[in-house]
Design a protein. Structure first.
Length: 248
């Protein structure tokens, strides 16, 4: 269905080195409007660095282009990228502990919301809490939240400005199987509401459940792209995860 949809995000030959380490090495990929695109790969493969390059936080590519919604964004400020409708979450549950649930949403809607004078919209904040099913008193402090609820809040903060594209960095990390299932349902609902997503995930069942297509990064390079069942049985991918000889 999304095969004919327009490309929403394209990375073209994007590279980033740290000293002699090529963390992201000429990566190209296309994400179509409406799809859930998975990104997997061993630790240190360059997945989070790629997200950093796509969002300008906190680094930019050494070379290559990032095109979002038809415009090159690799030289735009992170704030303008967010305003254009590209939001992300971080690998650690980045919420402001000392602020309440609602204050976290207000801060987030002030950053990267649409329009010039950005005023937090209470209706949108409540809508975001509903989507992630984070109930309870919205004025309670964030530091008392369980891990899954911190993840819900982080995702709600990203959704509050109604982004076109949401990048999620290892959303299932640290969750037990029951909470992983809850997260899969939650992300499925968000995808169903029309938000395009790129999900970095080690928990491959999450990608199998949600991703229409996925890519695997290894040592900064994309080594496979396609539907999850094919990619995950690709000998190159098995070897990258389990070491030489594992695929035989
Ligand atoms: P992944 O998310 O796939 O586990 P990362 O993108 O975090 O991998 O890291 C890719 C490689 O780049 C790793 O070797 C990591 O140590 C290195 N790296 C990431 N960020 C920096 C940085 N700011 N400075 C130096 N090296 C970095
Ligand atoms: Mg990472």
């Amino acid at each position: 269905m999304t095969g004919d949809a327009p490309v929403l995000l394209a990375a073209r030959e994007v590279s980033k080195s740290f000293g002699s380490l090529k963390a992201v090495d000429r990566v190209s990929l296309e994400v179509r409007r409406g799809e859930v695109f998975g990104l997997a790969g061993p630790n240190g493969a360059g997945k989070s660095t790629l997200f950093n390059l796509l969002t300008g936080i906190p680094i930019r590519p050494d070379s290559g282009e990032v095109v979002f919604d038809g415009r090159e964004i690799q030289n735009r400020s992170p704030r303008l990228i967010a305003k254009a409708g590209l939001k992300r979450t971080f690998q650690t549950e980045a919420v402001f502990d000392s602020l309440s649930v609602m204050e976290n949403l207000r801060v987030s809607s002030a950053y990267g919301g649409a329009g010039r004078a950005v005023r937090p919209d209470p209706a949108r904040c409540r809508e975001a809490l509903d989507v992630v099913e984070l109930g309870g008193d919205p004025e309670r402090p964030a530091d008392g939240l369980s891990l899954i609820d911190r993840k819900r809040l982080m995702i709600a903060c990203a959704l509050v400005s109604r982004p076109a594209l949401l990048l999620l960095d290892e959303p299932a990390a640290g969750l037990d199987p029951a909470d992983q299932d809850a997260l899969i349902r939650l992300l499925g609902r968000i995808a169903g509401s029309g938000v395009t997503m790129v999900i970095i995930e080690h928990v491959l069942s999450v990608l199998e459940a949600l991703a229409g297509r996925m890519a695997v990064l290894d040592s900064g390079r994309i080594i496979a792209t396609g539907v999850p069942a094919e990619v995950l049985s690709d000998p190159k991918v098995v070897e990258a995860y389990l070491g030489p000889g594992a695929a035989r």
